[in-house]
Design a protein around this ligand. Structure first.
Ligand SMILES: Cc1ncc(COP(=O)(O)OP(=O)(O)O)c(N)n1
Ligand SMILES: Cc1nc(C(=O)O)sc1CCOP(=O)(O)O
Ligand SMILES: [Mg+2]
Length: 355
C-alpha cells in the first residue's frame, strides 16, 4: 500500500467515525435536553459535543471531505435485526452510548497516524463521555422500569421450574397471557440455581416487555441483571437493599400493617406488597391483614402513592373484594400456577382487574 493511500484510508475512517460519534452524542443530548429536566447534565452533554468539534478542527477538513465516499461504502447496506428492534428510549440510549464509545476509540486509534495531540484529546473525551453516558443510560433504564411498573396490574410469583426450558416457556406464555411482573421465589433452590434462573429470566422477561424481580436476595438480583428485588420484613430494609441493587433497579417491600407501609415508603420502596389478604395455599399465616388493611392502605397513601399489589390467596372468585377496596393490582401464585390452564387463568384475572 502506498503512503498516500494509507493517509487517505485513515481520513476516510476518521470522517465516518467523526460522523458516528457526533450522531451518537447528539442522540443522547436530545434525551438529556427533552427527556430529563437536568440542566447540569444538559450542560455536560453540550460540552462533549463542543469538545468533539474542537478536536476535529485539528484535522484537515478538505482531506476529510475528499476522503468521504458514502456511495462506495460497502457497510451502508449492512443492517442487523437489532437496529430495528428498539422499543424503548433506554434501548436507544444504550445503542447510542455504545456507538459513541466505539467511534471515539476508532478516532483515537486512526487519529494517532495523523496527529498525536488529536488522539490525546479524543482519548480524554472518550473517558468523559463514558462517565456521562453511563449516568444517562442508568437514568433511562430506571425510567423505563418505573414506567413498566406503573403500568403493571398482574404480578406472578414463580419458582425455578423443572428445567430452564420450562422456566422460559412459563415466562413467555404467561407474559403473553397478561402477566406484567414475574418474581422468582424459590425457597428450595440453591444460590447457584437462583442465580442461573434469574439471569435467564431477566433476559427473557425483557424480551417480553415484562419485569423480572428476585425474591429476598438483593445480591442475586443485582448480579443476575434482574429488574429488582423484593424484600420482606425479615430481609434487608429497603434502603439497604437499594444500596445493593442501585438506583436503577426496583425495590419492592412486603407490608402487613400500615406502619410497615409508611416505613417502606419512607425507606424508598418503589412498590409494596400488601397482605395476606385471604388464607393462602402457598404460605401459611397465623393472622390475615384482610381487606380492611387494603382499604386502609388505599385511604392512607393517597398523598404518597406507590404501586401497591394486594397478595395472599387472591383468585378469580374473591378478586371483586380486592378491587372493591380500590386495589387494581394483585400478586398471586396459586391462582395461576396451580390452575388447569395457567394462561387462561392469567387472562381472566387481567380482564377482571381492568374491567
Ligand atoms: C409482591 C410480594 N408481596 C409480598 C411478598 C412476601 O414477601 P415476604 O414477606 O418476604 O415473604 P416470602 O415471599 O419471602 O416468603 C412477596 N414475595 N411478593
Ligand atoms: C408469599 C406470600 N406473601 C404474602 C404476604 O402477604 O406477604 S402472601 C404470599 C403467598 C402468595 O401466594 P398465593 O397467591 O398462592 O396465596
Ligand atoms: Mg422474603
Amino acid at each position: 500500500m502506498h503512503v498516500n493511500d494509507s493517509r487517505q484510508i485513515s481520513y476516510r475512517i476518521l470522517d465516518a467515525s467523526a460522523n458516528r460519534a457526533a450522531e451518537g452524542i447528539r442522540t443522547i443530548e436530545e434525551f438529556v435536553r427533552f427527556g430529563l429536566d437536568d440542566s447540569q447534565a444538559a450542560a455536560v452533554a453540550k460540552e462533549l459535543r463542543h469538545e468533539l468539534a474542537a478536536a476535529l478542527s485539528r484535522l484537515n477538513r478538505a482531506e476529510l471531505l475528499a476522503a468521504r465516499d458514502t456511495d462506495g461504502d460497502v457497510g451502508t447496506t449492512l443492517q442487523t435485526a437489532a437496529e430495528y428492534s428498539r422499543t424503548e428510549i433506554a434501548d436507544v440510549i444504550t445503542a447510542a452510548a455504545e456507538r459513541v464509545q466505539q467511534s471515539l476509540r476508532v478516532l483515537e486509534e486512526y487519529g494517532k497516524t495523523i496527529d498525536v495531540e488529536f488522539a490525546r484529546q479524543i482519548e480524554s473525551l472518550r473517558y468523559r463521555a463514558y462517565t456521562h453516558h453511563r449516568q444517562i443510560e442508568l437514568h433511562a433504564i430506571a425510567s423505563s422500569r418505573s414506567r413498566r411498573l406503573a403500568d403493571a396490574v398482574l404480578y406472578l410469583l414463580i419458582d425455578c421450574g423443572r428445567s430452564e426450558a420450562e422456566f422460559v416457556e412459563t415466562i413467555r406464555s404467561l407474559s403473553d397471557a397478561g402477566v406484567d411482573v414475574f418474581q422468582l421465589r424459590d425457597k428450595q433452590a440453591s444460590d447457584r440455581q437462583l442465580y442461573e434462573r434469574a439471569k435467564c429470566g431477566a433476559v427473557i422477561a425483557k424480551g417480553c416487555d415484562a419485569l423480572f424481580i428476585v425474591n429476598d436476595r438483593a445480591d442475586i438480583a443485582s448480579s443476575a441483571g434482574a429488574d429488582g428485588v423484593h424484600v420482606g420484613q425479615d430481609e434487608l430494609p429497603a434502603g439497604m437493599a437499594r444500596r445493593v441493587v442501585g438506583s436503577e433497579r426496583l425495590v419492592g417491600v412486603s407490608t402487613h400493617d400500615i406502619d410497615q407501609v409508611h416505613q417502606a415508603i419512607a425507606g424508598g420502596a418503589d412498590y409494596i406488597g400488601c397482605g395476606p389478604t385471604f388464607p393462602s395455599t402457598t404460605k401459611s399465616f397465623d393472622a390475615h391483614a384482610g381487606t380492611a388493611f387494603l382499604k386502609q392502605v388505599h385511604e392512607e397513601t393517597r398523598q404518597t402513592p406507590r404501586p401497591a399489589f394486594a397478595i395472599g390467596g387472591i383468585n378469580q372468585q374473591n378478586l371483586d373484594q380486592v378491587t372493591a377496596c380500590g386495589f387494581h393490582r394483585i400478586a398471586v401464585t396459586a391462582a395461576i400456577n396451580d390452575a388447569e390452564d395457567p394462561a387462561a387463568a392469567a387472562r381472566a384475572l387481567r380482564r377482571q382487574l381492568l374491567g
